[in-house]
Design a protein around this ligand. Structure first.
Ligand code: C5P
Length: 232
């Protein structure tokens, strides 16, 4: 699995997204489409971006009963996305069903990764609201191992957790990591952040970068800087 930089296209409309992508005349970055854009624009946004030649990570984080997730994944698979995801909290059975739904007749399928614990969930909330008494790191490792057992390709996690996940699962278990900032950049609302260079050192396979690229005067230069630090 080659290392790559995925741009989080957290825009509210198709037009804003196209205006942004039009700036890239020489390269075709891998892009992440999240719930906001997908729910606003529907499947057509995926088809349109695909037609422009980009790889797509469709970040919809499915979590429902196995049969519903299986059927929904079959729909997403027809959209020809390159990567999609679900919540590991849906159990191993749900993840297995998702894989079945995602697999096309010719045996190919998008990369499927699991969300372990959202970075917005603290250990304190896990204990007090969800009645989960294990440490947050233990749940991340256990959920990653469950995802591996179900046959998934990897997990979304903080770059700072990528080494721990690989040690617990395997070196080739994919880690997709948001929470990336340039050493001289603004952190914003992210808490546990690291630089593209450090994410490479720890072993991330894909970094997901949003505002450090989308909210700058020169997004192409910022994207190239990420690629230079992380891939080259
Ligand atoms: O702008 P920024 O670089 O913080 O964007 C990170 C992207 O990754 C956003 O789309 C955010 O929703 C997503 N994400 C995250 N942390 C997670 C899972 C997804 O920041 N644990």
């Amino acid at each position: 699995m080659g290392k790559d930089v995925i741009i989080a296209c957290d825009f509210a409309s198709a037009q804003d997204t196209f205006n942004f992508l039009d700036k890239f005349t020489e390269e075709k970055p891998f892009v992440k489409i999240g719930m906001e854009l997908y729910y606003a624009e529907g499947p057509s946004i995926v088809k349109e971006i695909k037609k422009r030649g980009h790889k797509i990570f469709l970040d919809l984080k499915l979590h429902d009963i196995p049969n519903t997730v299986k059927k929904s994944m079959a729909v997403l698979s027809k959209l020809d996305v390159d990567m999609t995801n679900l919540h590991a909290a849906g159990t191993i059975d749900m993840m297995k069903a998702a894989l079945e739904g995602l697999t096309r007749e010719d045996g190919t399928r998008p990369i499927l990764i699991a969300v372990t614990q959202l970075t917005s969930t603290s250990e304190e909330r896990m204990k007090n609201e969800l009645l989960i008494n294990a440490s947050i790191n233990d749940t991340i490792v256990k959920y990653a191992q469950n995802a591996k057992e179900a046959g998934l390709d990897g997990v979304v996690c903080s770059p700072l957790e990528a080494g721990m996940v690989k040690d617990a699962c395997s070196k080739d278990f994919v880690t997709v990591t948001p929470g990336v900032r340039f050493a001289d950049g603004e952190v914003g609302d992210q808490v546990r952040v690291t630089t593209p260079a450090k994410a490479k050192e720890i072993g991330s396979d894909y970094i997901v970068v949003g505002r450090p690229i989308t909210q700058t005067d020169d997004p192409v230069a910022a994207y190239r800087r990420c690629v230079e630090e992380f891939v080259d």
